[in-house]
Design a protein around this ligand. Structure first.
Ligand code: TEU
Length: 536
């Protein structure tokens, strides 16, 4: 099937860090509007906006207090309508974040639920504890207990994320009706689909104790349950199938098998899912103690998912992960080469490519120096947890520095001006000092920059049916080199990348369509972090 969402490149916007049009220090919808032409010029065809709904912003909008209102921090519903219309004029589709595992504790549903006001009494997961203890041993994704006692209702409620994000109760059919209504509200406004937050943990089959394990106790009772499949099928049948909409699920702990169960064409649940396995390429033993990049694992995992799924949602970065050039590349000596190599790899795999803002200029991890500079709620929760375990401050900080989501949330670097041209006010999170050299303005003027390379790369993908629809075969895979082929209707392209500081010789050659070095013909030598595409 040739769907539009297979032929376009997605660009994720983290609105609070994108561009601040009213100088209050936070990015906003008018800011996105102001930059639409730059995005069009880059060539992206779909924008995914992280949440802009009304929210107390405990988890930067992933805690929603009103699904059908825009948070004043980002602007008004009028701004949103204008953004949808202006994007449409430029043939850019807008995708919103659908966060329905939980709401904010400030949502009127929760406020009424805690007072046992019907019909909201059972909208959330409430239980008595025994002798003042939690109803079960489950733990939260953000470290610590998954239950909090509510003094108003005199019961505990479940929250798999922060305590300000109570989980909805999908044993109550009224909750799913609410979800359908809010999805229709946005689809009727003309948005093109949803990125579905933690969409495979909605349904809690039982509330029994979880297996004994260090982190995430309880997972086996709510991960990709049958009840969850039923919910997704129902949303597809009753809502999505009535629009030309697409969905990408953020699906935690998926394997190729469980991913296929969620997004195979005949299952009619999601169109594609984000898997996480390749993100483990630099998580060694306990994630934060030692960060070592295992490039062979990275390539092998990508190749495995390419082969096992008919369609992937490909990404190397998002608002929860680290910057890919710092993580999988070399953000100093081979900064430009490794950023463009990663871009080439990402956009030539089979599947829909997702870019995260700033990736197109090679933005790097943050340069924040202490806990005081960190905003991310997850980092603060984990830090508290580590300190409770008596980890010395210095070690705890080292772990946070290496894992904090703020690494990737520093404001977009538009120019070499103060605060990277992101705001004239005080930015909510410090702009990386390297904005003086790494920024959009400089790179758009330079045909040899990462931004200009991405522009050529996206242009190539937008106009090439082999890259869009071709199948995938690995031709060579070593620790440092990955060569693969894409074939479509009797034609084929070959792609080779080198993910190391060393030169490598491979038994291939051809006239180049794209190259992040300068030679027009490929003679089999891959320079450090070189990436090439040729017909063959
Ligand atoms: O993330 C879910 C998720 O998998 C995260 O807990 C992830 O493991 C962690 O952030 C890695 O550091 C989604 C959103 O993308 C995230 O921003 C939200 O905080 C979370 O759900 C709760 O809505």
């Amino acid at each position: 099937m040739k769907a539009w969402w297979k032929e376009r490149v997605v660009y994720q916007i983290y609105p609070r860090s994108f561009y601040d049009a009213n100088d209050d220090g936070f990015g906003d919808l008018k800011g996105i509007l102001a930059k639409l032409d730059v995005l069009k010029d880059l060539g992206v065809g779909i924008l995914w906006l992280s949440p802009v709904y009304q929210s107390p912003q405990k988890d930067n909008g992933y805690d929603i207090a009103d699904y059908c209102a825009i948070d004043p921090l980002f602007g008004t519903m009028e701004d949103m309508d204008r953004l949808i219309a202006e994007a449409d004029k430029r043939d850019i589709k807008l995708v919103m974040d659908l966060v329905i595992n939980h709401t904010s504790d400030q949502h009127p549903w929760f406020q009424q639920s805690r007072q046992r006001i019907d019909p909201y009494t059972d909208y959330y997961i409430w239980r008595d504890g025994e002798n003042g203890n939690n109803p079960n041993n489950w733990t939260s994704f953000f470290a610590g207990d998954a239950w909090t006692f509510d003094p108003v209702r005199q019961q505990f409620y479940l929250h798999l994320f922060t305590k300000e994000q109570p989980d909805l109760n999908y044993h109550n059919p009224a909750v799913l009706q609410e979800v359908k209504n809010l999805m229709r509200f946005w689809l009727d406004k003309g948005i093109a689909g949803f990125r579905c937050d933690v969409i495979n943990i909605l349904f809690k089959t039982t509330l029994e104790d979880g297996k004994r394990q260090l982190v995430l106790k309880g997972l086996e009772h709510y991960l990709s349950q049958d009840g969850n499949h039923d919910i997704l099928k129902e949303l597809r049948r009753d809502v999505l199938d009535h629009y030309d909409a697409f969905t990408v699920g953020e699906t935690v702990f998926v394997t190729p098998k469980t991913a296929r169960d969620l997004c195979d064409e005949d299952r009619k649940e999601l169109d594609m899912v984000f898997s996480f396995e390749h993100m483990d390429a630099d998580a060694f033993y306990i994630k934060w103690f030692k960060r070592r990049f295992r490039s062979a694992f990275f390539f092998r995992t990508l190749a495995k998912w390419q082969t096992e799924l008919s369609w992937n949602a490909n990404y190397f970065e998002n608002h929860d992960q680290l910057r890919s050039v710092s993580r999988f590349g070399d953000d100093t000596r081979y900064w430009k080469e490794s950023a463009t190599m990663l871009g080439t790899l990402l956009l030539s795999l089979r599947g829909t490519p997702f870019l995260y803002q700033g990736q197109e200029i090679g933005m790097t991890n943050f340069d924040i120096v202490s806990m005081e500079g960190i905003q991310d709620v997850e980092s603060h929760n984990v830090y508290r947890f580590l300190r409770k375990l008596h980890l010395p401050k210095r070690l705890a900080w080292r772990m946070i520095r290496r894992s904090s989501r703020d690494n990737v949330r520093t404001p977009m670097q538009w120019s070499g001006d103060p605060h990277g041209g992101f705001t004239k006010g005080t930015p909510w999170l410090k702009v990386n000092d390297n904005h003086r050299t790494i920024n959009v303005a400089t790179q758009r003027d330079d045909p040899d920059s990462i931004w200009s390379f991405y522009q050529r790369l996206i242009h190539l993908r937008n106009n090439n049916t082999i890259l869009q629809h071709g199948d995938f075969q690995t031709l060579k895979l070593t620790r440092h080199v990955f060569v693969f082929q894409r074939r479509y209707e009797g034609q084929s392209l070959r792609i080779a990348v080198n993910i190391s500081h060393k030169r490598h010789r491979i038994p291939f050659a051809g006239d180049l369509l794209l190259n992040n070095y300068t030679q027009p013909r490929f003679d089999g030598i891959l320079e450090p972090y070189q990436a090439v595409i040729w017909k063959g």
